[in-house]
Ligand binder design. Sequence first.
Ligand SMILES: *[C@@H]1O[C@H](CO)[C@@H](O)[C@H](O)[C@H]1NC(C)=O
Ligand SMILES: *[C@@H]1O[C@H](CO)[C@@H](O)[C@H](O)[C@H]1NC(C)=O
Ligand SMILES: *[C@@H]1O[C@H](CO)[C@@H](O)[C@H](O)[C@H]1NC(C)=O
Length: 453
Amino acid sequence: MYRPLTFAATLLSVVRGQLVGTETTETHPSMTWQSCTAKGSCTTKNGKITIDANWRWLHVKGGYTNCYTGNEWNATACPDNKSCATNCAVDGADYRGTYGITASGNSLQLKFITKGSYSTNIGSRTYLMASDTAYEMFKFTGNHEFTFDVDLSNLPCGFNGALYFVAMDADGGLKKYSSNKAGAKYGTGYCDAQCPRDLKFINGEGNVEGWIASSNDENAGVGGHGSCCAEMDIWEANSVSTAVTPHACSPIEQSRCEGDTCGGTYSADRYAGVCDPDGCDFNSYRMGVKDFYGKGKMVDTSKKFTVVTQFIGTGEAMEIKRFYVQGGKTIAQPASAIPGVEGNSITTKFCDQQKDRFKDRYTYKEKGGTANMAKALAQGMVLVMSLWDDHYANMLWLDSTYPTDKNPDSDLGSGRGECEVTSGVPADVESQSPDATVTYSNIKFGPINSTFG
Ligand SMILES: *[C@@H]1O[C@H](CO)[C@@H](O)[C@H](O)[C@H]1NC(C)=O
Ligand SMILES: *[C@@H]1O[C@H](CO)[C@@H](O)[C@H](O)[C@H]1NC(C)=O
Ligand SMILES: *[C@@H]1O[C@H](CO)[C@@H](O)[C@H](O)[C@H]1NC(C)=O
């Protein structure tokens, strides 16, 4: 919801010549998934994983000089947006050694902190590919469901193991922007409903001019441009709290924005842009059901479980429904326990009631609401799997009381989980839980009731 998206970008403080050994051809890890037509009738697909370009070593073309170090640009290599793109190259990735990303069979594990000899990587953002040069496009054309298993027993307060869809271009913008020579192969073209401004390249140009280095993130900054597109957060979670959240944007497709008119987490006015940064979320704890999700609860996050998300119907009438499967039992999302907010799924009526009761701004509706989200899903979206901590709001919007000065017992909607309001500070999370991991596996996509049970 307030998902701020500083996926702490990498610190690749590469010593001159250090990357000779790993300045290697890009080899995408393989990850299988299943496309189903009916229950028991699924075909295995050989997918691949790529890491987002923001995490990659960015260096002067043909050499070993950094174009970007820590959270600052090299002013010689990158005096302006355009020359930065012609001077600098992103490199292939050592997935396991540099980024702590391991894929095996139908499973993908992301490790939080990976210390190499010359670099420390924090978190990651990966995309599922159909080939070495194109992202897989999932098209939810009405009555589809998406299912996966997750193990986040090792993700405490402050983390977000996120699996979601965004309306990126299938080729990462390669065709649209001739100065982008890297494309999906190297994880380019990211966008989401926060219109992120921490991206180093947008539309084939550097995000150099206007860049301000972060004061609390040694790897990130905020540039003069942002990159917007519709976003369907199937899963934002740790072992304490979880939310499913559609975010509408108009236009749906990737578009570049300027400065504070981007809106979202990175801008002075959160609501200034073309996207809905808040979404219409269903977090069972926030909806008043506190014994449902967590360690030892109905959905026991100390063990692996299956997450089913159904998109039933089309247009404004689309319903987003959630089931869990654990220990052979199918467990429905519990109905809201907030008086005046009905149901256990996300519908236009649920959003109307929830925004009203929680007194939240209803940008979801302003940007086209469920009709817009349904259209984005039908056009096709890219699957993102990531692990991050939050340099803007300590993930308290997901797992604690937020805003932090509210009383969770009397201010409806402010209680989102059991984490302390002092938890989730990135410096603490990074020093206390460097070995946190999330594992996504057994992805299935198909018509309603084809992928589980
Ligand atoms: C910046 O890039 C130039 C080449 O474009 C290089 O000579 C210089 O050493 C780099 N500076 C740093 C701090 O890496
Ligand atoms: C570079 O991007 C900034 C915004 O980040 C923009 O204001 C500026 O006009 C761009 N420069 C050029 C030469 O296009
Ligand atoms: C899917 O299964 C549920 C529970 O068994 C059932 O209520 C629903 O009608 C089914 N939907 C379809 C489209 O088969």
